[in-house]
Design a protein around this ligand. Structure first.
Ligand code: XMP
Length: 504
């Protein structure tokens, strides 16, 4: 008797038989005996330049998805966000680069072991001015309420005191000077450089403090260490952090040099860990020119290109030494590119074909991921991680207000394509043509990232368990070797695998 035929299809058979395949068009079969435990499953993915994610999720650079608050929450849960670049100056027409940089700074400041650039005030400011400065310098969406007081209010000036939340009333003391309400130097507990984070932490606990200024021998303020950072460290073991224990963040730049060069310089000075060259068509001279520029100038930073969806484009970008790319064209939930210009590719087919090339770039499956199972399908098609727009829009941390849907009475939030008419008021972004290539709508409110991402992780771990894979590498090996088996879905099977015969 010959070798027994395995159930279903191999990935090669699935993706090369006929037509483009979306995540809805196939399912993965349970053909592998599970003998590993869930505790041994690790979802970590390595992006490059020392950046790895314990949760293989990147938030898309979109103005209804990714600002500082979402980046912070996602990075704490092991993913990473990319700050979009659709900030406009008052009047809503011209790009506001500094507004984007402010968001980057807010993420980098969030969980510093040592806060390198604490927001400081002068003793001669009024409490009202200090409150205003705090409002302008939000951390994780909340205004700063405690400030080192320095000579002239300089960021690294001579330390004169500390103005803490409990030192002033937001109603009674607004007209008083900071010097009147601050904790003066003689009552202040500080530490002197050099000091390790552990030593600073111990001092905070020993003295029952929430804030510890770190100064040099001349009393010049160097850093601030906070108790809430320590608590957060303990609460979020998966957090995506840099070598200084700050959360990691990416930012998007356009392919137009006149804006991108300034953005790049300011974004990297602000501490961003990498950038995404954000264009819907990545197989162009504009994209290639920008990739060469960034790779040449910012050698220690992660550079992500795209979007592409064919092996021809993959091989062109791979030659440049790019670290990672976004794979997906016209597949996003808000995209109308396929209809507008007739260019697109079915999401899973694009990922499979590009990832299979023998290159060095990491594959980020981007667009069309609607549920946790789709993330699993993207990874099993060859992706190293996924980029989410829709699945992260409508979270507590995404920009915009929660509204009530008049029809269902349920909470919703706005979600719009970056090529939509609504997102392209004033100067156009992302190289979209005059014809809109995206739409604007609403998505269901999803609650906090801190509840949602753990659920996604749980679903992914269950899926890895069924396929007996301990990590993404094993998943890819078993897919390429034909051990993981697939089945095309029929209309009947699509219906059968959804909720059916139930009134909800
Ligand atoms: P999902 O499906 O997660 O897709 O909502 C997010 C991705 O869609 C891309 N994007 C667009 N594509 N027109 C497009 O053709 C648009 O207006 C648009 N806005 C975003 C982008 O790649 C994003 O990550």
């Amino acid at each position: 008797m010959g070798k027994e035929q395995l159930s279903g299809l191999s990935a090669e058979e699935l993706f090369t038989r006929d037509g483009g395949i979306t995540y809805d068009d196939f399912t993965i079969l349970d053909t592998i005996f599970t003998d590993i435990d869930k505790e041994n499953i690790n979802l970590e993915t390595i992006l490059g330049k020392g950046i790895s994610l314990k949760t293989p999720i990147i938030a898309a650079p979109m103005d209804t998805v990714t600002n500082a608050a979402l980046c912070i929450a996602l990075a704490l849960e092991g993913g990473i966000g990319c700050i979009h670049y659709n900030f406009k100056k008052a009047g809503g027409v011209t790009p506001d680069i500094d507004a984007q940089i402010k968001e980057i700074k807010s993420v980098k400041r969030f969980e510093n072991g040592f806060i390198e650039n604490p927001v400081t005030v002068s003793p001669d400011y009024t409490i009202a001015q200090a409150i205003e400065i705090g409002e302008k310098n939000k951390v994780g969406g909340s205004p700063i309420d405690t400030f080192p007081v320095t000579y002239g209010g300089r960021p690294h000036g001579r330390l004169l005191g500390l103005l803490r939340k409990q030192d002033y009333s937001r109603s009674k003391h607004t007209s008083l000077k900071v010097r009147v309400r601050m904790l003066p130097l003689e009552k202040l507990i500080m530490a002197e450089c050099p000091v390790t984070l552990e030593e600073a932490n111990e001092k905070l606990w020993d003295a029952h403090l929430l804030f510890l200024p770190i100064v040099d021998k001349k009393m010049i303020l160097k850093y601030l260490v906070t108790r809430s950072d320590i608590d957060k460290n303990e609460e979020y073991p998966l957090a995506t952090k840099d070598e200084k224990k700050r959360l990691r963040v990416l930012f998007a730049v356009e392919t137009r040099p006149e804006l991108a060069y300034e953005r790049l310089e300011k974004g990297f000075v602000a501490g961003a860990d990498g950038c995404i060259i954000d264009t819907s068509q990545g197989y162009t001279k504009y994209e290639v020119g920008m990739i060469k520029y960034v790779l040449g100038k910012y050698k220690d930073k992660l550079v992500i290109g795209g979007n592409i969806s064919t092996k021809e484009a993959y091989n062109e970008l791979d030659k440049l030494g790019l670290h990672a790319y976004r794979c997906g064209q016209g597949s996003g939930s808000i995209c109308t590119t396929a209809g507008a210009i007739g260019i697109s590719r079915a999401g899973a087919t694009g990922v499979y074909e590009c990832a299979k090339q023998n290159g060095n770039m990491k594959t980020i499956a981007d667009g069309g991921l609607k549920q946790v199972g789709d993330i699993k399908k993207a990874l099993v098609s060859g992706a190293d991680c996924v980029m989410l727009g829709n699945m992260l829009a409508g979270t507590e941390e995404s920009p915009g207000k929660t509204k009530i849907d008049p029809e269902s009475g349920l909470p919703i939030k706005e979600y719009r394509g970056m090529g939509s008419k609504e997102a392209n008021v004033g100067e156009k972004i992302r190289g979209y043509s005059k014809l809109p290539q995206g739409v604007s709508g609403n998505v269901k409110y999803k609650g906090s990232i801190h509840q949602w991402i753990p659920l996604i992780r749980d679903g992914l771990i269950s899926a890895f368990h069924v396929l007996n894979c301990r990590n993404i590498n094993e998943l890819h090996e078993k897919m390429y070797s034909g051990q993981i088996r697939f089945e095309r879905k029929t209309i009947g099977s699509i219906e059968e695998s959804g909720v059916h015969d139930l009134k909800i």
